[in-house]
Design a protein around this ligand. Sequence first.
Ligand code: GAL
Length: 352
Amino acid sequence: MKKTFALLLAAIMMLALLTACGGGDKPADTTPPADTSAPADTGSDAAPEAPAAGGNIGVCIYKFDDAFMTTYRNALQEILEGKGYQVTVVDGNNDQAKQNEQINTFITQGVDALIINPVMTSAADTIIATVKSAGIPTVLINREPTADQMAAYDKLVYVGALAAQSGTMQGELILDTPNQGDINGDGKISYIMIQGDPENIDAQLRTEYSVKALTDAGKEVEQLNLTRGDWDREKGQTICANDLAQFGDKIEVVFCNNDDMAIGALQAIQSAGRKVNEDIYLVGVDALDAALNEVKAGNMTGTVLNDAVGQATGAVAEMEKLLGGATYASGSQSVYIDYVKVTPDNVGDFMK
Ligand code: GAL
């Protein structure tokens, strides 16, 4: 009798233990894989309600010293911890070799899943091969590899946003101004482009599509300068100050691939005695709090919401699908969260 009771107790304890740590190794039949055959364009709608699992999640961020990725990583950590996961977030210091080591360390520690913001998009093959050989479900964020690269591993998904869309919206913000960007009325829009890290597809496509929106609308454009500012506020300020010194009133539009550089550019514009929306236009991307304040105050023409919370929510939802046993067919391994145009008219909707 005593023995039967002990056995029963052991069985109950075992069951409780299994339920408590069901995050990473739940048999596929208890949580059916989500349907990934549907077009992967929403990211957050089809996530199964996963129980707070207590699994261990490793998060690699390309560098902590990046304004947008700071908002993003804080959102990610809050969502994961809110769901009961043990989360370790590490700073790659913009050094791919260091991030590779961090990934290996997480694998050695036996994490249940990884969320990785690669330092270099060009390192995607190595990262994917590493997580594949360890069999770790992985969500890549913010820096999108090609579909072919991702096809190498079916427990891998990318969550991000379509960079071209944000570029197009920046161009539209200029087309929406009273003189459609042609402040001096000479028939062409003269601009400078302050670019992010050009290795990054966000920088490449925002640069291309912001101008394409103007030319597609039949506008003549003149690029006075294009300079890489690596997403950095101080570089944005220096570049804009140099360009203002060199080109003066010729500059009608300052395109910045992100808000942090735009905030820097604004400082240069103000020191040069220029006035945004009167004698110069300024647009960024991300909708950082600082930029929202400047849009509201009329010191930025507009920005584009890069939805950090939406992307973090989507990344966790996809991670939970992977933990539930989902696999992804090649060609449907990217999930995109929409950008949103932010102008003085709707800026209040985005302010906390
Ligand atoms: C972009 C964002 C930039 C920067 C970059 C890092 O999406 O707009 O501000 O964070 O990602 O890759």
